[in-house]
Design a protein around this ligand. Structure first.
Ligand SMILES: [Zn+2]
Length: 154
């Protein structure tokens, strides 16, 4: 990965996003998500605030808020083109292509938020079937059922 591989610029999803500056092949490493590892969850994030601390494994959090983290602006999407992969023997996690990524495409991954976290973080990824919340993919069907019964469809 080099500085020419990715860039941060305004995103249609939210704030700044991370964009590919060249093509990436499936399972190719795009950029490190570098930061500080912690075994405690971060203090409660402000509702709707930008999130940089992710639970990358059960009981392991990675605070990627440092300006040195080239991936800190990568947005969540319901159909991401990358995933965050961390191997225990490594000090950093990597955004890794899940499918072919074209140059200039926005790089997104699943923040894998819990139901509780999702309540404070709307998703605006633009997918036709966007669930409307930033939440881990396996939890989306349950959230969808919940939303269907708790408020009128829009
Ligand atoms: Zn979405």
């Amino acid at each position: 990965m080099s500085a020419r591989d990715v860039e941060s610029r305004p995103s249609p999803i939210a704030g700044l996003g991370l964009f590919a500056k060249r093509e990436f092949a499936p399972s190719e490493r795009i950029a490190p998500y570098s930061g500080t590892m912690a075994t405690e969850p971060p203090p409660e994030a402000s509702p709707g605030g930008k999130v940089y601390t992710l639970e990358i494994a059960p009981g392991r959090w990675l605070d990627g808020s440092s300006a040195d983290n080239p991936s800190r602006h990568a947005n969540h999407a319901c159909h991401p083109n990358a995933e965050l992969i961390w191997h225990e023997e490594e000090t950093t996690a990597w955004l890794t292509a899940q499918r072919p990524i074209a140059a200039a495409e926005e790089i997104t991954f699943d923040y894998a938020f819990s139901l509780a976290e999702s309540l404070f973080h709307p998703c605006a990824c633009g997918a036709a079937d966007c669930v409307g919340r930033i939440i881990a993919a396996p939890l989306r069907p349950a959230l969808r059922r919940h939303l269907r019964f708790s408020r009128p469809r829009d």
